[in-house]
Design a protein around this ligand. Structure first.
Ligand SMILES: Nc1ncnc2c1ncn2[C@@H]1O[C@H](COP(=O)(O)OP(=O)(O)OP(=O)(O)O)[C@@H](O)[C@H]1O
Ligand SMILES: [Mg+2]
Ligand SMILES: [Zn+2]
Length: 375
């Protein structure tokens, strides 16, 4: 079966999600027919670099409807979208192009005009930070004075490893982590067109665990579909599969951290929540991000009049957060306590990086946070 991420690869700029500045700049460039000869696409893995490189090539070279809406069907478009058009060469610098020979071959190829219906010979170089120094030298020469019929699109996830001289010869575009709510909406549409029944909680989890990468989000959804095998999918299935923590446990945890009217502090219930999280198979890093997310929501809730613009929760989540915020407002030092809890969380992460057990690190964090709210 074709993977969801390949099946749902966008074919026009309007389908590219979560990268508004890239889309706007390239849309204007296409409209005014002012494309650069060299582009550099930088940033987050699985966020659209190769996709946009192919779209750019299709917009320019489509033989039916060149421009913002390439037809997607002509030989050139279909060749590009399947990654097999002779005039649109995709090179993976992590493998062969790392060697200088392949860049030399590329330079030779670049001298010939396109042969198979395309207007421009396009070279898409993926992972270009992994080229050898000799290959970079060779590429630099041709980037300095490329033949008129040639375009380069260099893609990298690690701009720091690229030579400034190469960077400065290209127009640079940043591909950012895609916000999880955007991915979650997309996954919902994909599930619908695949005729998969699943609740919003399961989709949200696939998106939240994707670390800003749409490819990861789609792969999470595929995995979940395979795991459940034809039945309707619920958030419980997703939590089991991904070893994730039930969202409500974070609210339980912070009920203990913030506390209520009581004097004194008691960490017992909080420790029980930590045990439940770990017993459910969650990794420290998952719990860490969950706690960080919750602290962020509290911080926004305490400091923004229009918090709803920045916080996206289920109805249950909203109700419980509102309740916790009310209790925070009753304390004088909540903002300080939240920010202290954030830095204690960073300390907990560091100590786990140095091999302290996750259980001890989380217990330390919990006790310190409980006291921070009561000072
Ligand atoms: N911005 C986006 N909008 C919609 N779908 C996207 C987007 N980015 C990625 N995808 C989905 O993820 C898949 C992989 O994207 P793509 O190959 O463009 O990522 P990439 O940035 O080149 O990643 P890598 O750095 O790993 O090469 C696409 O086929 C598509 O399904
Ligand atoms: Mg890529
Ligand atoms: Zn076409």
């Amino acid at each position: 079966m074709q993977s969801l991420s390949r099946k749902y690869r966008p074919k026009t700029l309007t389908d590219v999600l979560g990268q508004p500045s890239v889309v706007q700049t390239l849309t204007n460039a296409i409209r005014s027919k002012r494309l650069h000869q060299g582009y550099l696409f930088v940033g987050q893995f699985g966020s659209g670099k190769t996709t946009v490189a192919r779209i750019l090539a299709a917009m320019e070279n489509c033989t039916e409807t060149p421009g913002l809406h390439p037809c997607g069907k002509c030989d050139v478009c279909s060749g590009i979208y399947e990654g097999r058009h002779v005039d649109i060469e995709e090179i993976d610098a992590a493998s062969r192009a790392g060697k200088v020979d392949q860049i030399r071959e590329l330079k030779k190829n670049a001298l010939y005009l396109p042969v198979d219906g395309a207007k421009t010979k396009t070279f898409i170089i993926d992972e270009c930070h992994r080229m050898s120094p000799e290959a970079e030298d060779a590429l630099l020469k041709i980037l300095e004075e490329p033949p008129k019929h040639v375009r380069f699109i260099l893609c990298t996830t690690d701009i720091k490893k690229m030579r400034p001289a190469i960077q400065s010869r290209c127009q640079r575009h940043e591909f950012r982590k895609i916000y999880w709510t955007i991915m979650s909406d997309h996954l919902e549409k994909v599930a619908q067109s695949e005729k998969i029944e699943c609740d919003k909680g399961s989709i949200n989890l696939c998106a939240k665990l994707a670390d800003g990468s749409m490819r990861n989000a789609l792969e999470n959804l595929s995995k979940l579909i395979d795991y459940v095998g034809g039945k309707p999918i619920s958030v419980d299935d997703a939590q089991k599969l991904f070893g994730a923590v039930g969202e409500m446990l974070y609210y339980d945890m912070f009920d203990q951290v913030i506390g209520g009217e009581e004097k004194g502090a008691d960490a017992t219930e909080g420790f029980r929540v930590i045990n439940k999280m770990l017993a459910g198979g969650a990794e420290f890093s998952t719990i860490y991000y969950g706690i960080a997310d919750h602290l962020r929501n509290l911080m926004i809730g305490m400091s923004c009049s229009k918090a709803g613009e920045f916080i996206h929760l289920t109805e249950d989540g909203k109700r419980r957060l509102r309740d916790q915020l009310k209790r925070c407002q009753k304390r004088e030092n909540s903002i300080m306590a939240i920010s202290r809890s954030v830095s204690q969380l960073h300390d907990a992460k560091k100590s786990v990086d140095f091999n302290l057990s996750p259980e001890i690190a989380l217990q330390n964090w919990l006790v310190q946070s409980i006291f921070a709210f009561r000072q």
